[in-house]
Design a protein. Structure first.
Length: 286
């Protein structure tokens, strides 16, 4: 079971334009998350993160390990990641159910995987290798889906649950990704959440998405560029009922708004969590 006691409530993803305001104003926030690859070298950014971690718990969100690659993990990248974990002592360390490298070539995207027994074995092996190297439990994030591989034989949620069983890793449940995937591929988002192992979910991501018309069809794009939509807030409430009061994070990466907007979204997430807690308290037998 993943420990959720180290942070409580909704945090935000720390992005460069807001760093100065966070350092100067120290707004009321339970925690912050950063992209690990932005802090793998010494310098001003790392020095600032060391300052911030004195006031806020920090989570590391990796985007470059390429755990789904068919080849070997990049030992140099893994070593740099381990050094960062040792320096920051993060509350959570997370990565993606995806791949992004071919040999020594790095692609600028998190690419989808076919859900087969072969892929499952490779991904699980890489998660075990990464966890041993980093000295911590990884949280694996579910992707946003835009297509189905013809050769996929395992439903995504079942694939993820089996990764947990084989590796002991945790899950970062991106509720917006669940919604985007379900809308694009005709899945039931509630059924998806219900298929995930409850005790493995250690963190939830919330973000906005865009709607795009492609050849007469509407495709949702997980662009992290707007407020969380009402349908995703409702799905988040269901996730809380199923997984419990898991720490949540507001992700916003494109068309970045003012810090006050991010803080407002975090307060909204806390309000949904509190409403679910009251609802469950009222429903409990006295």
């Amino acid at each position: 079971m993943i420990s959720r006691q180290s942070v409580s409530g909704a945090g935000i993803g720390l992005r460069t334009p807001h760093v100065g305001q966070i350092v100067a104003g120290r707004p009321s926030l339970p925690w912050l998350e950063v992209h690990a690859e932005n802090y793998m070298t010494s310098g001003r950014a790392m020095a600032t993160l060391q300052t911030i971690r004195k006031d806020y718990p920090v989570s590391l969100h990796g985007v470059g390990l390429s755990l789904g690659t068919a080849g070997r993990l990049d030992a140099r990248h893994l070593d740099r990641f381990r050094t960062l974990v040792e320096q920051i002592e993060p509350r959570f360390v997370s990565e993606h159910l995806a791949w992004s490298t071919v040999g020594d070539t790095y692609l600028n995207h998190l690419l989808p995987l076919p859900y087969t027994e072969e892929t499952l074995s490779i991904f699980a092996e890489h998660v075990l290798e990464a966890q041993e190297a980093l000295g911590c439990t990884l949280l694996i994030e579910n992707p946003s889906g835009y297509l189905r591989f013809r050769h996929s034989s395992i439903p995504e949620a079942e694939f993820i649950a089996e990764i947990v069983r084989r590796t002991g890793c945790g899950l970062l449940c991106d509720v917006n990704n669940v919604f985007v995937t379900a809308e694009n591929l005709g899945l039931d988002p509630i059924g998806y959440l219900d298929a995930l192992p409850c005790d493995a979910v250690g963190e939830i991501h919330l973000a906005g998405h865009s709607r795009n018309d492609v050849d007469g069809h509407t495709v949702l794009i997980d662009d992290h560029g707007s407020r969380v939509v009402p349908d995703v807030w409702r799905l988040y409430a269901h996730a809380l009922r199923r997984f419990g009061p898991v720490p949540a994070l507001i992700e916003w990466d494109t068309d970045l708004p003012s810090l006050s907007v991010l803080l407002d979204e975090a307060r909204r997430a806390d309000a949904v969590r509190d409403a679910v807690s009251r609802e469950e308290a009222c429903a409990s037998p006295r």
